[in-house]
Design a protein around this ligand. Structure first.
Ligand code: ATP
Ligand code: MG
Length: 449
């Protein structure tokens, strides 16, 4: 399939940074994208925009992933219609966003995002284009044409435009060639583009991991130096990026790239130092968490940010708890304090909605409580709303090499047993040697010992 791409003539002299980018049209018979692979809703939006006399293109991840033979997770449309004009065409649409207005057109559960061609308003001359739009535009919404829109996108592979007009692809930045060569290449001068938006550094490593592409040398070069600019990004936006990095189904491939470019410290500082200081089980546990998450996503199973964060931060919580105990704090209190400290530290970098930090604390707390199963405890633990996640977490710790004295297996069996079987299991625990060591004498059954 990619053969077609490789057969393309070499695109020479890419006009980087230049407003007059070189325009290549890839005709239908020279590419592998068929209309049948595009969501009907996206096709409808393109069709209606076209019928309304506007230009409409499929752009971004949709085109890129289809060229690579993957299933895009969503379809974005770019058009020369203003958001208001788009809204006028679709009853099922609404304008969202303050800084940049975009239109969401809804078809059942699917949302098609429609953006108006933008201009890079830091360019000189952009004021003109703002004025020429009949004063309809907000100051931050500076509209342009397909060329300016291509130039302000991040990577060449994300700036390909597919049109229903003869089903061709328009390429202004050499993206087709970069897809064939499997390269992530920044449009324009990388250093400037990272300064404009430091999140592009995370995006570069994310796409490299997701697509198994290399980052072009010039695109990679400034990352080490400029990584610290990520400290200026609002914590809410970084939280969104963390989700994209680790909950896209390819987290295992992304983590090594984040470490290679030393960017992990700017999104998960405690995880970064846990890995750098080789804390016990950190490497294996975090790798396992990502493998499991990727697998769940592939199987359409639910994943939650709470679980990922819980795994990423667990080795640091354990180390912090140990430190506090060494300073004389009681284990239970030390655990709670450690959890709180590590979460507070993480919240300075990425926000985490409260419902997730709450679940993280519960998953961590249950790690200690799941081994205390005597009496009615097992039954109660089993009914805990976070039991399933905490049990998965125990299994994961064991998979990562920790010896929890068969705890995971015990709980697996417990779930398979009848009520009587469960009672017998708990009963048997009471007779076990080491299991009761921590129990206070008053809780012991009188007929034991
Ligand atoms: P995926 O959705 O698979 O993660 P995508 O390429 O569709 O990948 P989105 O974040 O959905 O990525 O963005 C859609 C498109 O918008 C991108 O392909 C890119 O062209 C453009 N874009 C997004 N974020 C930026 C950015 N920070 N700077 C420049 N262009 C961007
Ligand atoms: Mg997308």
């Amino acid at each position: 399939m990619l053969k077609r791409l490789f057969n393309l003539p070499i695109i020479s002299s890419l006009a980087k940074n230049s407003p007059s980018l070189k325009h290549h049209i890839i005709a239908r018979e020279k590419h592998n994208i068929s209309r049948r692979q595009i969501s009907r809703s996206a096709l409808k939006v393109m069709q209606r925009l076209g019928d309304g006399g506007y230009e409409a293109y499929l752009v971004g991840g949709g085109v890129r992933d289809l060229l690579l033979g993957d299933h895009p997770k969503d379809f974005d449309i770019a058009t020369n219609a203003t958001p208001e004009q788009v809204k006028h065409l679709f009853r099922n649409s609404r304008i969202i966003g303050r800084r940049f207005k975009i239109v969401h057109v809804r078809f059942g559960r699917e949302i098609i995002e429609v953006t108006t061609f933008r201009d890079n308003h830091t360019d000189s001359g952009s004021n003109n284009s703002a004025k020429s739009d009949e004063g309809m535009l907000l100051r931050d919404n500076v509209y342009g044409d397909i060329r300016t829109d291509a130039a302000r996108r991040d990577f060449t592979v994300n700036a390909l435009y597919y049109t229903l007009d003869r089903f061709s692809i328009h390429d202004f930045t050499g993206g087709i060639q970069d897809i064939a060569r499997r390269k992530i290449r920044m449009i324009g001068k990388p250093e400037t583009r990272y300064q404009e938006d430091p999140v592009r550094m995370l995006r570069a490593v994310r796409f490299a991991g997701k697509l198994d592409f290399d980052i072009d040398k010039a695109t990679a070069a400034p990352i080490h130096k400029l990584g610290s600019l990520l400290a200026n990004i609002p914590s809410a936006r970084l939280f969104e990026e963390v989700l994209k990095l680790f909950m896209g189904g390819y987290g295992s491939a992304v983590l090594p790239k984040l470490r290679e470019y030393d960017l992990l410290q700017y999104i998960l500082p405690a995880t970064d130092s846990a890995l750098k200081n080789d804390l016990p089980y950190a490497e294996a546990l975090i790798a396992q968490a990502l493998v499991n998450t990727d697998k769940r996503i592939k199987n359409n199973q639910r994943v939650t940010p709470a679980y990922i964060y819980a795994a990423m931060l667990w080795p640091s919580v354990v180390a912090e708890q140990k430190k506090l105990q060494d300073e004389g704090m009681q284990p239970v209190q030390a655990h709670q304090q450690a959890a709180q400290n590590i979460i507070s530290q993480q919240l300075q970098t990425t926000s985490i909605p409260k419902r997730f930090t709450q679940s993280m604390k519960e998953i961590w707390d249950l790690q200690h409580r799941l081994s205390r199963r005597q009496g009615k405890r097992a039954e109660r633990l089993f009914e805990h709303p976070r039991f399933r996640a905490a049990y998965d977490f125990v299994l994961m710790r064991e998979e990562a090499g920790e010896d929890l004295h068969g705890l995971g297996k015990w709980w697996t069996r417990y779930q398979e047993e009848s009520v009587e079987g469960r009672e017998a299991m708990v009963e048997k625990l009471g007779q076990g040697r080491g299991q009761n060591r921590r129990r206070r004498p008053r809780r012991r059954k009188p007929n034991q010992d």
